[in-house]
Design a protein around this ligand. Structure first.
Ligand code: UD1
Ligand code: MG
Length: 443
């Protein structure tokens, strides 16, 4: 983009209608915060500058903002007195030429394509302001756009709108592109509005029109302007994002038989040809390589699944899980901070934590790595070609070297050298006819 672009994200509102005690923009959407989504969208436009407006007591939001990929200045609005006042608070960070794109921290479903259209429309028309308009199925709460002929002349807050405008008017999604060179004059024209005692950013349209500066609107898909003000709207936004993520995955060649039951995160990476069975949840930071199958009812987060590996059904991969090529993690197996090298198998009822399992080793049903003594975590090293018998407890720190075997039902507390067989269980005694005598004594 040749002209300069500054993105300003308004996020100083408390979001009291969320009733969760958490800052609104820190609520999660597909494993990422709302503000994280908005900054990711802004980042795709490659702005020269990004500014986030926060209230005084929002350190938690400020540290989330710093995690985003784009460099962002923070302007503090103290106390928050409306959307117009939020831009006044960012004034020192605003350029004197180019575009200012106003985004909301609680409006996370915009696409870069729509925003590019908005910016292009403002420039082509040499308009002071371009506003993004939507027609949501339930328009209540939105301001409305008022036109005179083709010209956008005013944004009317719902409480000030007449019935006809409320019924027929295009809704203001809140997103605007503003000519930076005229921004100062427009901000100076704002006055406190009653009954809320706020400076409305929306008033700049009327002030621009009065000066003979044109304003324009771009109508787009209502979903993109969907704002999150209450928990049910967060859930609605989640549904939209999930639908988009599933479609994108399938378009890239991921196989899903019941996509509506698969939950993805914004950063989930599934290679073409990966098969995802019904009812799988991908938490943040998961990648799955080509040919892998994720079977039903598995839950993955912070996991790297290698080519042609098979996960589940009912597997749980926790952060730090690295599953190698053609390795298998079966039902009711939990892994955390654990590497399974190529071809290793843990097929049933097992916990592997802080462990490294060598290639082609077999972990029997019911194996537990005892990695925690109540104070510290310890590592379990299992070599290549190892066989761990069922129902074994491996007490870490521990090494079971290449080719070793552990007999079923063992509690292993000492290292096992390569190719040794370790047995750590009491010897069996059979009492001849003992069962028969026991029964005789009872009858
Ligand atoms: C605003 C618009 C309305 C539009 C609607 C779309 C105004 C006056 N009204 O109303 O026309 O239809 O958004 O969702 O602009 N914020 C600050 N500082 C403040 C107040 C708000 O940073 O002092 C931020 C909020 O965190 C939020 C955004 O600005 O991200 C919008 O604020 P909100 O109070 O939700 O505005 P609405 O009443 O929804
Ligand atoms: Mg709002």
């Amino acid at each position: 983009m040749s002209e300069s672009l500054t993105a300003v994200v308004l996020a100083a509102g408390k979001g009291t209608r969320m009733k969760s005690g958490r800052a609104k923009v820190l609520h999660p959407l597909a494993g990422r915060t709302l503000i994280g989504h908005v900054l990711a969208i802004a980042g795709q436009l490659e702005p020269d500058k990004a500014v986030v407006v926060l209230a005084q007591d929002m350190d938690d939001v400020a540290s989330e903002v710093k995690k985003a990929d784009i460099e962002t200045a923070i302007a503090v609005q103290d106390p928050p007195l409306g959307t117009g006042h939020a831009l006044m608070a960012a004034r020192n960070d605003l350029p004197s030429a180019g575009d200012i794109l106003v985004l909301y921290g609680d409006t996370p479903l915009l696409t870069p394509g729509t925003l590019m259209q908005l910016l292009a429309r403002r420039r082509d028309a040499n308009a002071a302001v371009a506003v993004f308009g939507i027609r949501p199925p339930d328009p209540s709460g939105y301001g409305r756009l008022r036109f005179e002929g083709e010209a956008l002349i005013e944004l009317v807050e719902e409480r000030h709108a007449d019935e006809a405008l409320k019924r027929d008017g295009l809704c203001n999604a809140g997103i605007m592109a503003i000519d930076a060179s005229r921004m100062g004059v427009l901000l100076d024209s704002l006055e406190l509005k009653q009954p809320k005692g706020e400076y409305y950013l929306t008033d700049i349209v009327e002030h621009a029109s009065e000066r003979g500066w044109s304003c324009v609107a771009v109508e787009g898909p209502w979903e993109e302007g969907h704002g999150v003000n209450a928990q049910h709207q967060l859930a609605e936004a989640e549904a939209v994002v999930q639908r988009r993520l599933r479609l994108a995955a399938m378009e890239s060649g991921v196989i899903m038989t019941a996509p509506e039951t698969v939950h993805l995160s914004a950063d989930t990476k599934l290679a073409p040809g990966v098969e995802v069975q019904p009812h799988v949840v991908f938490g943040p930071k998961v990648q799955v390589a080509e040919g892998a199958i994720i079977k039903s009812f598995s839950h993955l987060e912070g996991a790297d699944v290698g080519p042609a590996a098979v996960i589940g059904p009912y597997a749980r991969l926790r952060p730090g899980s690295e599953i190698g090529q053609q390795a298998r993690v079966g039902n009711f197996v939990e892994t955390k901070n654990t590497v399974l090298e190529a071809g290793a198998k843990a097929n049933h009822l097992t916990y592997l934590g802080d462990a490294h399992i060598g290639a082609k080793s077999n972990i029997g049903a019911g194996t537990i790595t005892c990695n925690y003594d109540g104070f510290n975590k310890y590592q379990t090293e299992i070599g290549a070609g190892v066989f761990i018998g069922s129902n074994s407890a491996l007490v870490a720190p521990l090494t079971v070297a290449d080719g070793a075997m552990v007999g079923a039902g063992s509690t292993i507390t000492s290292n096992v050298p390569a190719d040794d067989l370790a047995l750590a269980r009491s010897r069996q005694t059979n009492l001849p006819e003992g069962a028969a005598r026991f029964r005789a004594g009872r009858s």
